[in-house]
Write a protein that binds this ligand. Sequence first.
Ligand code: CP
Length: 333
Amino acid sequence: QSYFRGRHFIDLEAYNREEVETLLDVSFDLKRKFAMDIPTPYLTGKTMFLMFFEQSTRTRNSMEAGFAQLGGHAGFLDTSSMQVSHGESPKDTAIILSGYGHAIACRYCNWGYGNAYLNEMARWSRVPVMNLQCDLYHPMQALADLMTMKEKFDSLKRLKVSIIWAYAESHKKPISVPVSQILLFPRWGMDVVLAHPRGWELPDWVIAKAKANAEKYGGTVTVTDDEAEAYRGAHIVIPKNWGNWVTDQTGLQASGAVKVVDDKLRAHRSWKCTEEKMATADRDVVYMHALPADRNNEVEDAVIDGPRSIVYDEAENRIHTAKAVMTLLMGGR
Ligand code: CP
């Protein structure tokens, strides 16, 4: 039997399909209530901590505003002003914060550290630990993506979803969004295409797991370096970030590695999403993007501002799905 209360939320692989459906049902219910101004004081008197090692617009504010709408108080913690900046351990941080409140949420995207840090926090915390994006997973984003797809399509089964975005492990770039998406979408029977230039592969274990998920739930996973194949006949396209890193929130900007990767990305500028490419997709194709988007380099304004773009619905759904996660993990059964 499904239960939610007290569980951590590090990646959606830990939640079975029925549980994800329940999270979405609650998200839709909270969205309806918000639209009708019906109070939802499910977490009155609760406190949570939002630890951010990196910048954020959607994640921080959907959590902070969402938790207030549920009756709770969220404390925003900029880690540069915490003792973690002097090396305090995730164990000590988790034990201390979990003695002060009812949940800890954290964003730490640094490659090779973020997911390990989250798991170490989860190991020691006495309250739920929620992942607000690490180097491997961005479950809050993928859940909002799935909700948005359900709003736009009668059925998700056999929809062609093209994720035109990947980062190689060797480039030390967080891969959290494409990893969360390619693992989740096949579980709803979608035909997922991952397209990227050669040399920008996701780790083998991710593809193997995504294919196993597809086999179990009736979807497919195809990996290609042919961008045209990804756009052709697609119902949903999710192209991202072959431009520069100016808008990226990795926390790595200060390191020399960024410049090296930036130059390599520039070599693939032709992978920008254009109206011409969108015209080869299904006539009802939708354009999705987790945002922030690099409008100059990765997508034409005509696409992201056009009738096929659902990026603002996708961003809005971040608050409804975040509220569902908080409601069930902090107050559910
Ligand atoms: N998509 C997303 O996580 O946005 P932020 O970086 O603004 O939180």
